[in-house]
Design a protein around this ligand. Structure first.
Ligand SMILES: Cc1cc2nc3c(=O)[nH]c(=O)nc-3n(C[C@H](O)[C@H](O)[C@H](O)COP(=O)(O)OP(=O)(O)OC[C@H]3O[C@@H](n4cnc5c(N)ncnc54)[C@H](O)[C@@H]3O)c2cc1C
Length: 423
């Protein structure tokens, strides 16, 4: 039988977990909180792990969101280095058991368990010198090897793979990116931006192989020495970095009998799971998003803004003031000296408009479906990004033909509300 608890238990001390706890206090909810994380560190930010931290430009302490004193001052017990391995809940509360055998009772529950890296399913993937980056510990293992590496192969042309590739190249390595699909960043951006990113990395000396699959990692003793591709080519490598996406951590939600799909724990706009009382937020969830206009249906977003905003909605629900999470999705990616900024979701676009100077690496791509503005992707063009994000937030639009004239600031072209596309 589930225990009756008194406080709030938040499982997962990452971006969403710390955002949820902070928002609870900002909302004036004084309920004692236990925040449990299985990593040894207090919650810290992940974006620098594939960027400046790898180049030694961030010390560890600067990544941490709050020092331990903050938790004590805000009535939050922070448990680190211990995983919740079992959960049981009834109508008035429940009980969690951790790997160390600790039992925590709770009245209200939040799951902010994030995601784990997808493993490369080939022989040799466990050799020394094969890396993936999700945690600080992962980055600490990779950073010194990247400094020494002469040849780096990155498997996966997504954001994290490309960020690490750019860093390795800037450190002087020969770098090859191996991408199984026919374009980079295929899940997240327009083909127009994919093509630009490929050319930009190639201009900086990185080799990009599209429609190429890694089938084996070769070793020299216990250490990786190269990556064999499906066409029989072998690329030699001192360091192999795998960035082929993540899997949501849904095992606790499944134990509770909550609705879970392959993409994540199913939540509604108020971050409630299928039992109506447990909330979930961040990379572990899949839910409605009013900005998936091109391809409607539940979406899983993996980004800091999403984890933060959805965690705020989850906190409001826990505090008894449910509020819909309806923020415009936005994202950034720093790939060496390239800065990409994106707002909205371009999937399903039937028209793209390019403004600015692609050759000068200063331009934006606006996506539309049936004349409705969906998204912007900007390269070194923050004003465009800000204008489109604002238009999307206000349910307004920007005329596609007028947008092509880069001499006219987009903020001057924002006009009245538009209807949603038909599908
Ligand atoms: C290298 C890297 C670079 C990134 N760069 C960007 C970027 O430039 N811009 C951007 O917007 N986003 C970026 N992201 C994505 C962003 O960091 C994530 O979307 C965000 O961290 C998700 O927050 P979360 O709280 O859902 O998950 P996480 O931050 O992963 O936190 C979940 C935590 O829960 C813990 N946990 C899971 N299960 C349990 C359990 N049973 N018991 C205890 N603890 C548990 C996990 O170990 C983890 O510490 C990047 C991510 C990575 C890995």
């Amino acid at each position: 039988m589930a225990a009756q608890g008194s406080g709030i238990l938040v499982v997962g001390a990452g971006q969403a977990g710390i955002s949820l706890v902070t928002a609870l206090r900002e909302l004036g909810d004084p309920t004692p909180v236990v925040l449990v994380g299985d990593e040894p560190e207090p919650p810290y930010e992940r974006p620098p792990l594939s960027k400046s931290y790898l180049r030694g430009e961030h010390d560890r302490a600067s990544l941490v969101f709050r020092d331990r004193r903050w938790f004590a001052e805000h009535g939050v017990e922070l448990v680190t280095g211990d995983a919740v391995v079992d959960l049981d809940r009834g109508a008035s509360g429940g009980r969690a058991t951790t790997a160390s055998g600790r039992v925590i009772t709770f009245e209200r529950l939040a799951l902010t368990t994030g995601a784990t890296n997808r493993l490369l399913p080939v022989d040799g993937a466990a050799l020394d010198g094969v890396h993936a980056v999700r945690t600080l510990a992962d980055a600490d293992r990779l950073a010194p090897e990247l400094l020494r590496a002469r040849r780096v192969v990155v498997v996966g042309g997504g954001f994290i793979g490309l960020e690490i590739a750019a860093g390795a190249r800037a450190l002087g390595s020969e770098v090859t990116v191996v991408e199984a699909t026919d374009r980079l960043l295929a899940r997240a951006v327009t083909p127009t931006l994919s093509e630009f990113v490929r050319e930009a990395h190639e201009r900086r000396g990185t080799q990009i192989l599209l429609s190429a699959s890694a089938v084996r990692v070769h070793g020299d003793g216990s250490r990786a020495s190269g990556v064999e591709l499906a066409d029989g080519t072998t690329l030699s490598a001192d360091v192999v970095v795998v960035g082929i996406g993540v899997l949501p951590r849904t095992e606790l939600a499944e134990r509770l009998g909550l609705l879970v799909e392959p993409q994540g724990i199913v939540v509604d706009a108020q971050a409630r799971t299928s039992d109506g009382v447990t909330v979930a937020a961040g990379d572990c969830t899949v839910g409605p998003n009013p900005f998936t206009r091109g391809v409607p249906g539940p979406t899983r977003l993996e980004s800091v803004p999403h984890a933060t905003d959805q965690a705020r909605a989850a906190a409001a629900t826990l505090a008894g003031h449910p509020t819909a999470y309806d923020q415009v999705p936005w994202f950034w990616s720093d790939q060496g000296d390239l800065r990409l900024q994106m707002a909205g979701l371009p999937a399903g676009a039937d028209r793209v408009v390019v403004r600015g100077d692609v050759a000068a690496e200063r331009f934006s791509v606006l996506s539309y479906r049936e004349g409705v503005l969906l998204a912007v992707e900007s390269v070194d063009s923050s004003a465009d990004y800000v204008a489109v994000k604002r238009a999307l937030e206000k349910g307004m639009t920007i005329d596609a033909d007028a947008a092509t004239d880069a001499a006219v600031p987009l903020k001057r072209l924002i006009t009245g509300a538009h209807a949603a596309p038909s599908s």
